[in-house]
Design a protein around this ligand. Sequence first.
Ligand code: ARG
Length: 459
Amino acid sequence: MAGKLWGGRFRKKTDELMEDFSSSLPFDWRLYRADIKAGIAHARILREGGYLTAGERDRIIRALQEIEKEIAAGKLDLNSGYEDIHSLILAMLSEKTGVLGEKLHAGRSRNDLVVLDTRIYLKEEINGLIELIRGLQSALVEKGIEYRDLIMPGYTHLQHAQSVLVPHHLLAYVEMLARDRSRLEDARKRMDILPAGSAAMGGSNLKLDQKLLAKLLEFKGLASNSLDAVGDRDFIVETISALALIGMHISRLAGELVLWSTFEFNFVEFDEAYSTGSSFLPQKKNPDPAELVRGKAGRLYGNLLSVLVALKGLPLAYNRDLQEDKEPLFDSLDTVRDSLAIMAGVIGTIKFNAGPLQASAEKGFSSAPDLAEYLVDKGVPFHQAHRRVGELVAWAIKNGKSPEDITLDDLRKFSPAFDGPALKLMTPLASIKAKKTIGSTAPALVRHQLNRWRKKLGG
Ligand code: ARG
């Protein structure tokens, strides 16, 4: 294939190891569609500026379209010695169109092109991610609807705290994912700025209709500073940071599922399609997808950190260090994409075990806060109410009494403000029904949230 894009100044061949070391082609080939889209739009504005005839523009566009088809069909030699996908596509273009191909790169540098391509690519990727987030949210909401009346213990410090509805717990993740979605949308908004025209770093002398280019490539605005435009990787940091947060959220969900699927908890059962066995222990059914999702949060954090560190202290504008943004970015995108899809499958097929959940919710005096607030309603100062109920729990534990053994007389020994209805509060169902605040696990509110989310997600 044709030579390098910068051969003129050089007399010697590049060292072979250096060539491999510097090539981003093995990973940035994924930008090929974006690069071709950018090339086609650039050909149009070169024509508008008078640098191409209409016929030349059309030949370039046709050749680029052919190249896109060829690459999609697998005609891509990752070891062809090209420095990156941008050089390779220009070389393929020259091969097809001769000297005409050499005209396309006018007014551009790979420094602004790589930012442009990555933004085009990422804006689309984010659309796909948002769809996957929606898929997992839908799976959580549908599972919540399936188990809408099921009560479970809610925890703080992994100790029983207050009873909650299973859908209330699941909806907590729906909320986290909604913030994840809005973070991605936010990042997408800020990356919607066209860097083209910045060329290597200081701009181009050619007449390039950047507004038209922005319109053709569906960008909202133009970069106001060429140095910033080619040196900026905030949009990558923002995206992989949002991806790291998604990884963190779903690793928490995954971690809970691993715990809940143990013999000790026995709250859930994984579907066999999302479980694996052991090569030695015939009885095993392991929750591997959840463990993997939990583990993958680590690499997502690592990717974020490696880009942040690569950027630290870099002088303006483009530096080759910036090429180090791509592998972490692509890895984070792949990892989160797969993890979201897997978690949607896990949640969609998982079964909750009503017996153990109900039995566990009845243990641990989770209605103690309800008793304390009952006293507050009767006019007892909160701290005093808290103390009295604490004493009641200590007494019950000491005397081997469960909540259902406690009588009104027992309650009244700790506070004369207790009366008949207090006793009825001491079940998980009564506890959740007594909740009044917005955002609480009160059944009517949870049902409302399930309906609201179902409508919003359109599933
Ligand atoms: N492959 C490079 C990157 O990903 C873009 C090329 C810029 N190279 C250069 N020598 N100016 O950042």
